[in-house]
Write a protein that binds this ligand. Structure first.
Ligand SMILES: Cc1ncc(C[n+]2csc(CCOP(=O)(O)OP(=O)(O)O)c2C)c(N)n1
Ligand code: SF4
Ligand SMILES: [Mg+2]
Length: 312
């Protein structure tokens, strides 16, 4: 599949300018990237769980979405779009929709709405095999309501519900491996990606997810400068460090086959990723070296596990 950055970037925007997401928000960049993978002429029905993305792009009577858009509750983004997709198939079968129109069904949810609160409806939609894509923009916390921890929040992150202090080093648990859990649903396509280099990985995986028949899931690390506490302009550096430290590996599971898309020539130490973010500042205090060691050991364990799956 050829990838031409200039051509891709010149495609018409489907998430228009003028929304109210923060400057440099990773979620907005990720979502625009996914939508660029839609082929010209194809139309989309977008579902969106409550979260920063929904709150800031769709304030009745204004919308930044160029495609049909449904805001549903936190819990049911998967169920909403699976219902729409079923209705579409039924109407098409009865000849009640134009033959020459092609619709795609894409749902967006934050990590809170996906890993936690909407997990049951996501799992149901995947298991039933609807021809749709569920995209999680994972910024690792409930950002819209003030940075509360979710099951996607990394270990030791400082959030408002896991505040760092004399009695606490931040979140005590590691993050849930949602991409692996969805892969175990035996859906045709699952991938994990983020904003790297010239966005090729994001584009190629989005196109595959949208145009593979059946249910697909994309997990996109989408940094939040506010919650992660880094300089807005550093987003690409943060994403690169996530990948180069193997904190956020790039992989896909295509019809059951696990594929590692990128292996760093030299795996960087996890502290390179942590040091850039204010939410991990406490880890660099004297006496907390063992916490970074524990974090590293967990990254290593998960990385080896992923490589094992991909080598089989
Ligand atoms: C059932 C329900 N519980 C709580 C809320 C309040 N709420 C709105 S947005 C939000 C945070 C969403 O977090 P996430 O899904 O990670 O998206 P983000 O804000 O990080 O983009 C919460 C808790 C709600 N709208 N509905
Ligand atoms: S709070 Fe974070 S996730 Fe929400 S719009 Fe701002 S940068 Fe994006
Ligand atoms: Mg979130």
């Amino acid at each position: 599949m050829s990838y031409d950055l200039k051509q891709v970037m010149n495609k018409p925007e489907r998430l228009a300018a003028g929304h109210r997401m923060c400057a440099g928000c990773g979620a907005t960049i990720a979502i625009r990237g996914v939508l660029r993978a839609l082929h010209e002429g194809d139309r989309a029905v977008i579902g969106n769980a409550t979260g920063c993305l929904e709150v800031s792009t769709f304030m009745y009577p204004y919308t930044a979405w160029e495609d049909s858009y449904i805001h549903n509750a936190f819990e049911n983004a998967g169920a909403t779009l699976s219902g729409v997709e079923t209705a579409y198939r039924a109407l098409k079968k009865r000849g009640r929709l134009p033959e020459d129109e092609n619709f795609k069904f894409i749902t967006f949810g934050g990590d809170g709405g996906t890993y936690d609160i909407g997990f049951q409806s996501l799992s149901g939609a995947m298991e039933r095999g609807h021809d749709m894509v569920y995209v999680c923009y994972d910024n690792g916390a409930y950002m819209n309501t003030g940075i509360q921890r979710s099951s996607a929040t990394p270990m030791y992150a400082d959030t408002t519900t896991t505040p760092v202090g004399t009695q606490s080093n931040g979140k005590m648990q590691g993050r849930k491996d949602l991409a692996a859990i969805i892969a175990e649903h035996n859906v045709p396509y699952v991938a994990q990606t983020t904003l790297t280099q010239n966005f090729k990985d994001l584009y190629v995986k989005s196109e595959k997810a949208i145009y593979t028949e059946g249910a697909a899931f994309l997990n996109i690390m989408a940094p939040c400068p506010r919650g992660w506490r880094y300089e807005t302009a550093d987003i690409m550096k943060i994403c690169k460090l996530g990948v180069e430290t193997c904190y956020w590996p790039l992989f896909e599971v295509d019809h059951g086959k696990w594929i590692l898309n990128y292996e760093p020539r030299t795996k960087l130490p996890i502290e390179d990723f942590l040091r850039e973010q204010g939410r991990f500042k406490h880890l660099f205090k004297k006496g907390n070296e063992h916490l970074i060691e524990q974090f590293q050991a967990e990254v290593d364990r998960r990385w080896e596990n992923l490589k094992y799956r991909c080598e089989r």
